[in-house]
Design a protein around this ligand. Structure first.
Ligand code: GRF
Length: 208
């Protein structure tokens, strides 16, 4: 049984999608803890309501970035995870932290990486006149919003789209690709070769 720890900063809808999928499909995995970097993260209540252990490592009370990373890793490692899932986790993690979880740390980003890493992705996609946008699940490397791509979704940008309408359309696909990527991971169906991810069953890594 693989042990999953999910990190959130806010609403936690991706975390919810993974928790539901894990239960519904009886994966050989369990979400053993949900950890937030702020006590205000709304998703904590959902997790607690599901009987999942929750914890807060508040970045505001950790003096430095390194102190925060160390406290966060200590909390995560108490749960001996096989996989750590960043789900709307809005803190930048240092190189040592990322190295510690190399190969077992996933993130989702609401753009077609490598386009638009960082913040305000939908605003930037609209400003650039993109005709499509989407989301990317990737293994985390030390470089922000980079790393081997596990799965992507593509959604059309529609005339009259606002940041909010585009974000909502992309989010709906995030809830489909993130659980699938996690399922592949816990079933051992992913291999990273030369910086690229291969799905060992040849399943499509693109949701259109
Ligand atoms: C998602 O769009 C995620 O890709 C981005 O922030 C949002 C978090 O949403 N990093 P939620 O907390 O999972 O609902």
């Amino acid at each position: 049984m693989k042990r999953i720890v999910i990190l959130i900063s806010g609403r936690g809808s991706n975390m919810e999608a993974i928790v539901h999928a894990c239960r519904a499909h009886t994966w050989p995995a369990r979400v053993v803890a949900v950890v937030a970097n702020t006590p205000q993260a709304a998703g904590l209540a959902f997790a607690a309501g599901q009987g999942i252990t929750t914890a807060v490592v508040d970045h505001k009370v950790c003096g430095t970035r390194d102190a925060f990373d160390d406290a966060l890793a200590a909390e995560i490692d108490r749960h001996a995870p096989d996989l750590v899932v960043l789900a709307g986790f809005m803190r930048i993690l240092g190189a040592a932290f990322v190295r510690h979880y190399e190969g077992r740390l996933l993130n989702i980003h609401p753009s077609l990486l490598p386009a638009f890493p960082g913040l305000h992705t939908h605003r930037r996609a609209l400003a650039a006149g993109c005709q499509v946008s989407g989301a990317t699940v990737h293994f985390v490397t030390a470089e922000l919003d980079h790393g081997p791509i596990v799965m992507q979704s593509v959604v059309p940008v529609q005339p009259g789209d606002t940041e909010d309408s585009l974000a909502a359309r992309v989010l709906e696909t995030e809830h489909r690709i993130y659980p699938r990527a996690v399922q592949w991971f816990v079933n051992g169906r992913l291999r990273v070769e030369n910086g690229r991810v291969r799905q060992l069953d040849g399943e499509s890594q693109l949701l259109q």
